[in-house]
Each structure stands twice: as C-alpha cells, then as structure tokens.
Design a protein around this ligand. Structure first.
Ligand SMILES: *[C@@H]1O[C@H](CO)[C@@H](O)[C@H](O)[C@H]1NC(C)=O
Ligand SMILES: *[C@@H]1O[C@H](CO)[C@@H](O)[C@H](O)[C@H]1NC(C)=O
Ligand SMILES: *[C@@H]1O[C@H](CO)[C@@H](O)[C@H](O)[C@H]1NC(C)=O
Ligand SMILES: [Ca+2]
Ligand SMILES: [Ca+2]
Length: 488
C-alpha cells in the first residue's frame, strides 16, 4: 500500500493504492477527498489498473507520485507506477468549477382573490410572480467564461401530464431551458422570469405547493480548446435547487387545512315494492365543520338495481350541484362537486334521484356515500351506508259464479238411477267457474286455491264432479279420484 497526499483548495486529498487489489489483482488506487475533520469515508474515485498480471503482478499503484502540476493547469496531478508491466499512468486533474446558485420566488404566497394584472392575450386578470435565478461561479484557474445550461421547471410536483398551474408569461410553457454565461471574476449574474397562475377554472388543486425546480450543468461544448482539460462542476454541490410558492388558502395561522366533514343521507322511500315504479329521492346533507376542504367531492356508490336519473332541481333548499355518473373500477358511482374549497361552515343539502328496477333477486339495496377531499389531514367524512329493504305485496282476488245459480231440490219428475251411465241420469248440470286475479303490484308465486264441495248427502251423490277444465297457467289436482262411475 502506498499513500500519497496532495493539496488542492483547503483540505488535503489522499491517494491510497492497493497494488495487488481489485479484479484479477490488477491493482487499484483510491482517491479520498479531505474535509474539515479529516477524510471522507468513501473514495471519490477509484482508479483501476488495466494491465493483466503475467508471471509478475502488474503492481498498479506500487508507486504514487504527485503534488506536482505536470500540465501547468494549476491543479496537482497524479502519477501511478505499475512496476510489473513497466508502465506509468498520468492522471491530470480537471479544473473544478463551483457554482453558487440561488432561486428566489416573489411573492411566495399567491392570492387568487387578488388578480392584479391584465394579460393582452386573455381578458382576465392574472396572478403573477417572479422567478429570479442568480448564479456566481468560482474556482482555481477556471476559464474566463463559464456557460451553464439551466433548466427551470414550474410546478415540478405535477408530472406525467398533470395540469401545470403556472406558466412562463413569455413562453406559455411550464419549462424553460436557457444558457447562462457567467464571468469568472464577475459579480453574481441574475435573470428574472415572470410567471402567471392559470385561471382557477383550469385547475383544481390549490393545496399542493407550486414547486419551482432549477437544475444546471456545464455546457461542455463551450470549451473549444481540445488541448486543455475541460473543467467539471464541484461534485460536492448538488446542481439542483427547489423553491416553493403557495396558493393562499384559508387555513388559519398554521397554514394547514384540517376539515371536519360530516355526511348524512336518507331516502324518501322506507321500502321498495317489487313490481312498482320505484323512483327514489336520496336527500343528502354534507357539512364542513372544520377548515376549508379542497377538491371536495361526494361519492355515491350505486347498487346494481338502481339507475341514476339526475339531481333534484325542483325542491327548495336542495342545491343544484354538478354531479357526474361514472364507472370506477367496475363499480358505478355518482360523483358530485362540493366545492374547491368547500369552505369552513358549509352546510348544504342535495337530492339525487334514482330509478330502481331488477328487484327480484335481492331483499335489500344499498347505497354507500362519503365525502372526500384532497387535504392531507382528516380528508374524508364518515361513511354512510343507506339500506332500503325490498318487499313484495300483491292483492289477489277470487271471483266465482255458478250456472245455474239455483237448483231446487227435489227435482220434479226425476228419479236417481241405480247405475247411472249418462250425464242426465246423475242429475242436472251445475257449472262452477272460479277466476283468480292478481291486481299486483308484485308477482305472486306458488299460489294455491283450495275448492271444497259437498259431494254426498245421505249416502248419495250430491255434487258429482265429472270434469275439471282450466284456462291459464294453472293445474288442478283433485284430492280423490273424480268421475268414478265413468259417466260420459
Ligand atoms: C435537469 O434534470 C433533468 C432530470 O434529471 C435532466 O434531464 C436535465 O438534462 C437536467 N438539465 C440540465 C440543464 O442539466
Ligand atoms: C381502484 O383500483 C385501484 C387499483 O386497484 C385502487 O388503488 C383504487 O383505490 C380503486 N379505487 C376505488 C374508488 O376503489
Ligand atoms: C344545516 O342546514 C339545515 C337547513 O338548511 C338545518 O336544518 C340544519 O340544522 C343545519 N345543520 C347544522 C348542523 O347547522
Ligand atoms: Ca495539472
Ligand atoms: Ca389550520
């Protein structure tokens, strides 16, 4: 192991070699940067020998020489010897550019009530703020002018096609890339950009801060001299800055909105009857007893038996909100906009109408309701499960007539026969007609009609049944055999 220290800036850096270390014992040199308290724990660079070990190991790093400036660029260089292959490698140090960048937003609180400037393109008043980028560069023996590629991105937290709430006034975009030329001995170099907040109707999220992201890199194409080593950015500076602006929301001194959402709901029908025209009106009361609830929405899950008709518009005291019917993950929902924000103290009622059919296979239907907001804390209301039982009711009627209506006994000039074989021989014909009616509304299943009749009197036939006719979906089963005498 060989240890070599060399000085650059304030703290000594150290090169430590391990001549037989690394893959296939090719040898390695580790560079550790110094800091105020000594050395960094992890190496900033690891140099690898590139010569295979023959009979002798290559021994890359067997000797280290440094702290001298071979190419006269003002940075100490490092020479690594590999005695096994009779080679030396020279590592030239690149100039290090330290960038001090600042990102300033003004103002940092945007008040949507306070649209203060008229844009020529639209006739609306816009909320503007300034993004100021300031940069200073320093470094030993760095080029006279440093060119930085700078990327500015507005509303950085809104990625992947989300609506950017702020745009550059000059470009109409949320992203802007530009070159900043900073002189070595110059004062801080600044550039201002005017940014506007889109109209409130164009976005919903007012709670998430508007994050402005700045990142930069060295424009390497600006260094034309091939002989000279190109500078690099100081690796101990993150080439990225972020600042945030907030849209003013009514959240009290702590600037944290904690809503207290309450929900209740009832149906105008206490039960549903199979077979009836079932329209129901759900009357829903939503309140916010806490601070502003942002992007507040009422979510109603609709049971499969029900179809959404619309919002009730004719009852006084019920608000006409914007409600939308949609499918969410295979479940049917009605989603109503309760406001953005649903301000503190809101107490509103609305009515939703549904048509309920297809009740035959259920004994109840269930609506699930809750209010959600985009607030971080306490974002949802209580969950309301509204259950409506299903019942069947039917009014069933029976009517009957007899032809003839009367028969007077004994029948004049008529004698019973010992062995009757013809219809007339057993007595006069009596016909009973029974009619069954279901007036509804529900269908009736498994209906039984029991008819009894006097069949005998004093050991003789009274009403002798010899035929049963039916019309309609009905079958008859006599309790004992009929027409035992087989009369034609
Ligand atoms: C800024 O960062 C993004 C993402 O990391 C990168 O794609 C872009 O090239 C960077 N811009 C500059 C100027 O370095
Ligand atoms: C829909 O499904 C996704 C993924 O399965 C889940 O994260 C999300 O919460 C679901 N949404 C609802 C409203 O159930
Ligand atoms: C909400 O308003 C209704 C009338 O619109 C009223 O009857 C009810 O008491 C109010 N609720 C609260 C908690 O203020
Ligand atoms: Ca040098
Ligand atoms: Ca608060």
């Amino acid at each position: 192991m060989t240890v070599l220290s060399f000085w650059l800036f304030d703290f000594a850096d150290v090169a430590i070699s391990s001549p037989f270390g690394g893959e296939n014992r090719k040898g390695r040199v580790f560079i550790y940067n110094g800091n105020r308290n000594g050395l960094n724990k992890d190496p900033s660079q690891v140099l690898e020998g590139s010569w295979a070990s023959g009979t002798l190991p290559a021994g890359f790093g067997f000797t280290l020489r440094g702290d001298s400036d071979i190419d006269k660029n003002d940075y100490p260089d490092l020479i690594v010897g590999a005695f096994g292959v009779e080679k030396v490698a020279v590592y030239r140090a690149r100039p290090v550019v330290t960038v001090d960048a600042q990102l300033l937003l003004n103002p940092t609180i945007l008040n949507p009530e306070n649209r203060n400037c008229q844009l020529s393109v639209s006739d609306t008043f816009d909320i503007l703020f300034t993004v100021r980028v300031c940069v200073q560069v320093s470094g030993q023996a760095i080029p006279h002018n440093i060119v930085l590629n700078v990327d500015l991105e507005l509303d950085w937290l809104k990625q992947k096609g989300a609506v950017k709430r702020t745009l550059f006034l000059d470009h109409g975009t949320a992203q802007h890339t530009f070159d900043l030329v900073v002189g070595r001995e110059k004062e801080t170099q600044c550039q201002n950009f005017v940014v506007y907040l889109r109209e409130e109707s164009e976005f919903r999220d007012k709670l998430t801060p508007i994050t402005v992201n700045l990142n930069y890199s060295l424009d390497e194409s600006a260094f034309l001299n091939e002989q000279e080593l190109k500078p690099i950015l100081n690796r101990f500076r993150e080439p990225r800055l972020q600042e945030q602006a907030h849209i003013l929301v009514d959240c009290g001194d702590d600037n944290m909105c904690i809503p207290d959402l309450k929900l209740s709901a009832q149906s105008d029908k206490k039960q549903l009857i199979i077979g009836e025209e079932n329209h129901i009106l759900l009357t829903i009361n939503a309140r916010n007893d806490g601070e502003g609830a942002y992007e507040a929405e009422l979510h109603v899950s609709v049971p499969e038996e029900a179809d959404y008709i619309g919002i009730e518009r004719h009852v006084e005291g019920l608000r006409q909100l914007n409600c939308e019917y949609k499918m969410v993950n295979d479940s049917r929902m009605v989603v109503c906009d309760l406001g953005n924000p649903m301000v503190a103290g809101t107490n509103l009622s609305l009515g939703l109408r549904f048509n309920v059919q297809r009740l035959e296979n259920a004994d109840r239907i269930n609506f699930g309701l809750y209010v959600k907001s985009s607030n971080k804390d306490n974002s949802q209301s209580n969950f309301v499960s509204l259950e409506i039982p299903i019942a069947a009711t039917a009014q069933v009627e029976i009517r009957g007539v007899s032809h003839p209506p009367h028969i007077i006994l004994p029948i004049a000039n008529w004698e019973p026969k010992q062995k009757p074989s013809e219809e007339e021989e057993i007595g006069p014909l009596v016909q009973h007609i029974y009619e069954l009616h279901n007036i509804g509304p529900s269908a009736v299943g498994e209906t039984h009609l029991n008819v009894g009749w006097p069949s005998q009197s004093r050991e003789e036939f009274l009403l002798y049944v010899f035929q049963i006719d039916t019309a309609g979906p009905i079958t008859c089963h006599p309790s004992s055999a009929i027409n035992t005498l087989e009369i034609q």
